[in-house]
Design a protein around this ligand. Structure first.
Ligand code: X2X
Length: 333
């Protein structure tokens, strides 16, 4: 109130001089929601991209970030980005697959053996195929996928050394039909929960185990509620940076170019952040009290073959997508 009184007392020239300090509303003011803590490289690089976009568009495009499930869990954010309640979202491949089934193809169990295979596929024909499918849902997927990582298994009960140790394991998985199918195939008792509920579900022992890449186990402090971490590397998972189709189409071409370049560049840097983090995070997690073990993949793969997992998902994804996956990683089933 006192500021207003001061303003009204100013001569006209003074008011004009004060105006530039009052933030002008951006022409395109967009919201971006995600499910990760602020300290995860995804949020750090996304903020850099938003700052770059504000600068390069001279304030015409403003992106406000809502991290850490502030706008609801993944299922809510996916609904919001479809309706236009938010304009940007980064669902994991597992999560967007509830809307675009073929998007889960990169998460087929034990398909990728390393990052050179991952990026060749996702920056190549397999990624293009998935982006095409996403576009059919009136969502725009930026070209460069961001890294989540190879998913690892943690538990409060015992280490997982081979497929037998999955027997009856009460494990949280994302809201993802492929994850449920895979862990059932391994003999576990999986339950789908949104990431927003994982920490408390582990803390209250609703489930004993969960699976996520190491950087997430670190930044979401899951080591506080878990004792064992088994480096199963069972799924490679990434985030699609997506935009509501109408919001994307509303941007003039020059702004589209600026936004896409900033987001794709930030994604490349985020991949590198995760790569570096992967080199140090095992030591950090051990220091926080997690017991780490490195099981071989053979018994898990054999169990999945036996249970018919690969055959079933080959059918569900269809021959075209499956051929693209096998073209990138070799024969699976
Ligand atoms: O929910 C998870 O486990 C997470 C954070 O990895 C995803 O976004 C799928």
């Amino acid at each position: 109130r006192s500021a207003l009184r001061t303003l009204s007392a100013l001569p006209a020239a003074g008011i004009v001089a004060a105006l530039p300090r009052i933030a002008r509303a951006a022409e395109f003011s967009y919201k971006y929601g995600n499910n990760l803590p602020l300290t995860h490289p995804l949020n750090i690089r996304a903020q850099e991209a938003a700052d770059r976009i504000a600068k390069e568009t001279k304030g015409r495009v403003e992106i406000k970030i809502f991290p850490n499930n502030q706008l609801g869990g993944d299922t809510d954010m996916l609904a919001q980005v479809r309706s236009g309640g938010i304009e940007f979202f980064t669902p994991s491949a597992l999560v967007i697959a509830t809307l675009v089934p073929v998007a889960a193809i990169n998460a087929v169990g034990f398909a990728f053996s390393d990052y050179s295979q991952v990026w060749a596929a996702m920056d190549g024909k397999l990624g293009a195929h998935v982006r095409g499918a996403i576009a059919k849902s009136r969502l725009y997927a930026f070209e460069k996928m961001w890294d989540n990582g190879f998913r690892q298994t943690t538990s409060s009960k015992a280490a997982v050394a081979n497929a037998k140790d999955m027997d009856g394991l009460k494990i949280r998985v994302p809201v993802s039909p492929l994850s449920i199918s895979m862990f059932k195939g391994l003999g576990a008792a999986p339950a789908s929960l949104q990431f927003s509920e994982v920490y408390s579900a582990l803390q209250t022992k609703i489930v004993d185990a969960q699976e996520n890449p190491l950087p997430i186990i670190q930044v979401a402090k899951l080591f506080e509620v878990q004792k064992f971490c088994s480096l199963t590397n069972h799924i490679w998972d990434g985030y699609w940076f997506i935009a509501n189709g109408r919001a994307w189409d509303a941007l003039p071409d020059d702004l589209k170019t600026i936004v896409a370049r900033a987001i794709n560049d930030a994604g490349m840097q985020q991949r590198d952040d995760i790569r570096k983090l992967n080199e140090s995070v095992v030591g950090d997690l051990q220091a926080k009290g997690l017991t780490i073990n490195r099981p071989a993949a053979d018994s898990f793969r054999a169990k999945l073959r036996e249970s018919g997992f690969y055959g079933e998902w080959k059918g569900r994804f269809g021959p075209e997508a499956w051929a693209l996956l096998e073209g990138a990683v070799g024969k699976l089933a």
